[in-house]
Design a protein around this ligand. Structure first.
Ligand code: ADP
Length: 265
């Protein structure tokens, strides 16, 4: 149950009395709190790597001056931290853009099979570096819907990147595309894209919170693999914009499957 927050409004009645009325401002207060939490999170996410970088610089200027091996090590770490900050700022911009457009239904004709093929092309090198085989398992038939091609590409890139980052020990990531005659929740015919990995998975109690900004099952692991904590929040907004839904299944030790359902009707 949520608390209701009221604002008291006092209006003089003109006869020396005061009329007090109450306005329900719960949603305004909640929005304000969410904005403050978000700013606090972003500040923290940026300050941590900046503090680390400053520490390395001071060490290189002081105790480790002239130590080439230390310099190489510290520079590599600083470069990794800077890379993560650049990705974070990029993800923040994407998030604010997709949030701004969420109410505008996209209208371009998009073919999903071609998008999945370009996801495989884009992420092929990252998959290879992680020792993951990236596969499409679907009939090579055209599947059309109305959407925003760049944003849909971003959805499948984010999900596939996660499958590679967190599921690489499973050795394989499979993208599949199927048709659903009528999705019971959307109440419409839909196209379904499954992105499945065979990695460590997670407890499903996390599923409903994964699309919150900066929510991570394992923060240490996310940071180690360069995660920003915003990938699934971006996915959620884009899927919402397409009036679709995201289904998440995972089993510890077996892997995860993220399914995107996009209505075609
Ligand atoms: P991040 O940048 O941390 O990867 P995301 O929003 O993309 O942020 O994902 C949120 C969290 O969900 C991750 O930190 C990770 O804990 C978990 N997660 C996402 N995808 C997977 C997956 N395929 N397998 C296991 N955990 C995952």
């Amino acid at each position: 149950a949520h608390e209701t927050i009221y604002r008291a409004i006092c209006t003089p009645t003109g006869e020396g009395g005061v009329l007090v009325s109450f306005q329900d401002v719960t949603s305004l207060e909640t929005a304000g709190q969410m904005r403050r939490d978000f700013v606090a999170n972003v500040s923290h996410e940026l300050r941590t790597p900046l503090t680390a970088i400053q520490g390395f610089i001071e060490t290189l200027q002081g105790p480790a001056r002239g130590d080439q091996a230390a310099a190489d090590r510290f520079l590599a770490t600083m470069s990794k931290e800077a890379g993560r900050m650049i990705r974070l700022v990029g993800d923040l911009l994407s998030l604010s853009q997709v949030e701004g457009e969420e109410r505008i239904r996209p209208t371009e004709r998009v073919e999903l099979h071609a998008i999945l093929k370009s996801v495989i092309r884009t992420l092929g090198p990252a998959a290879e570096a992680a020792g993951v085989e990236l596969l499409i398992e679907t009939a090579a038939e055209e599947r059309w819907l109305l959407g925003d091609p760049d944003q849909l590409m971003q959805v499948f890139v984010n999900l596939t990147e996660n499958a590679i980052k967190y599921g690489h020990d499973g050795g394989r990531v499979i993208l599949s595309l199927s048709e659903v005659a009528r999705d019971p929740i959307l109440g419409l015919p839909a196209l379904q894209v499954d992105i499945r990995d065979f990695g460590q998975g997670f407890d499903e109690m996390h599923s409903h919170r994964l699309t919150e900004r900066f929510y991570r099952v394992d923060s240490h692991r996310s940071r180690a693999v360069g995660g920003t904590g915003l990938g699934l929040a971006i996915v959620k907004h884009i899927v919402n914009r397409h009036k679709g839904r995201l289904k998440i299944h995972s089993e510890i030790g077996k892997g995860s499957c993220f399914s995107v359902l996009l209505p075609t009707g």
